[in-house]
Design a binder for this molecule. Structure first.
Ligand code: NAD
Ligand code: LMR
Length: 341
């Protein structure tokens, strides 16, 4: 398994590369960035695990980093500062993602691509449009990374329960997108009945504040870091979780479910049902959404959309607001590439 990390010298890129270097599933790791990767790669190569790490710099071009990559993980771009929204990153990160997509289309069109760079609700659409233009797009292999939202939901409800709910037993479903009100945690339905009972025991105020904390968890970190960026370590953990699950699925392990922001393409089982659900809310043109997905060797095998049949009235309302916003975020990403024609 060859994995390439693009933006590997950054706050997310370095710890994510460390986790990948520790993984027995990785044979080769290439770290690409504008700066510093040869030194960081040399450092990682002193760790006594088998993955071979190479540092590539932008002036050498993308080819060495991307050629034969099975997985490309992209945390390249700028992070938020206090007072900014993720959408404020659109112009700069949109250009960066579009350039990376052009190079992936040339050097590794069959790789699985994990987009971390914000605003994810739009950067995934940008990546897809570039791949479409290059004639190499397969929606089953493009993932916007939203794992941090469910990792936060697990942590926050565990904290609120005073440790009665242990994080290791939790897997909260979070659907929608990856920014503010587009993040919709589903606490009312879960295979862990203790979690649901605990949630039901909360007052309406406590429930609202828990949901708000998951939706705006990113702001907590941006504020705490006082201008020095946004979440990096929890993101590296979350990005690795998705990458590791995908590597296992590619290696043939079955029944692997994760959540990611993907396109509702007809090649993916369950897309039609999700589109019908969205249409029933009076909306069209919401082509991307984060939902639980089953992973296989070719990428996204199916969408586990049953969760949509179990959400409560409040979650339905939150999802309607989310879908309205997603529609605009997606259109902005698509126009960014189409407008450049
Ligand atoms: P950072 O500034 O620490 O690192 C970004 C790295 O990207 C830097 O090393 C920079 O040199 C590199 N870079 C910039 N332009 C590049 C290019 N054209 N090619 C290759 N590398 C390039 O930022 P960070 O904290 O690692 O965050 C990176 C991105 O991830 C941000 O956009 C941030 O908003 C996003 N993010 C997303 C999530 C999520 O849940 N999806 C979570 C946290 C952060
Ligand atoms: C997060 O959720 O932590 C990231 O999207 C970074 C940010 O800008 O908040």
């Amino acid at each position: 398994m060859k994995v390439a990390v693009i933006g590997a010298a950054g706050g997310i890129g370095q710890p994510l590369s460390l986790l990948l270097k520790l993984s027995p599933l990785v044979d080769e790791l290439t770290m690409y960035d504008l700066v510093n990767t040869p030194g960081i790669a040399a450092d990682l190569n002193h760790i006594d695990t088998d993955a071979k790490v190479t540092g590539c710099l932008a002036d050498e071009g993308f080819e060495g980093a991307l050629q034969n990559a099975d997985l490309v993980v992209i945390p390249a771009g700028i992070p938020r500062k206090p007072g900014m929204t993720r959408d404020d990153l659109f112009a700069i990160n949109g250009g960066i993602i579009s350039n990376i997509a052009e190079n992936c289309a040339k050097s590794c069109p069959k790789a699985h691509i994990l987009v971390i760079s914000n605003p994810v609700n739009s950067t995934v659409a940008i990546f897809a449009e570039v791949f479409k233009k290059c004639g190499v797009y397969d929606p089953r292999r493009l993932y916007g990374v939203t794992t941090l939202d469910l990792v936060r939901a697990n942590s926050f409800i565990s904290e609120l329960s005073g440790g009665k709910l242990q994080s290791k037993d939790l897997n909260v479903t979070v659907i929608g997108g990856h920014s503010g009100e587009t993040i919709v945690p589903i606490f009312s339905h879960n295979s862990n009945s203790q979690l649901v009972s605990f949630y039901e025991s909360l007052s309406m105020e406590q429930r609202d504040s828990l949901i708000h904390r998951v939706q705006f968890g990113g702001d907590e970190i941006v504020t705490a870091k006082k201008g020095q960026g946004s979440a990096t370590l929890s993101m590296a953990y979350s990005g690795f979780r998705l990458a590791e699950s995908l590597m296992k699925a590619i290696a043939g392990e079955t029944n692997i479910i994760e959540s990611a922001y993907i396109q509702l393409d007809q090649s993916i089982q369950g897309s039609t049902e999700v589109k019908s659900y969205i249409a029933s809310k009076g909306l069209t043109d919401v082509e991307y959404i984060s939902l639980p997905i089953k992973l296989g060797p070719r990428g996204v095998e199916s969408i586990e959309f049953d969760i949509l049949n179990h959400i409560n009235e409040n979650e339905e309302e939150l999802l309607s607001t989310c879908l309205e916003q997603l529609k605009g975020n997606i259109a902005k990403g698509v126009d960014f590439v189409k407008g450049a024609n």
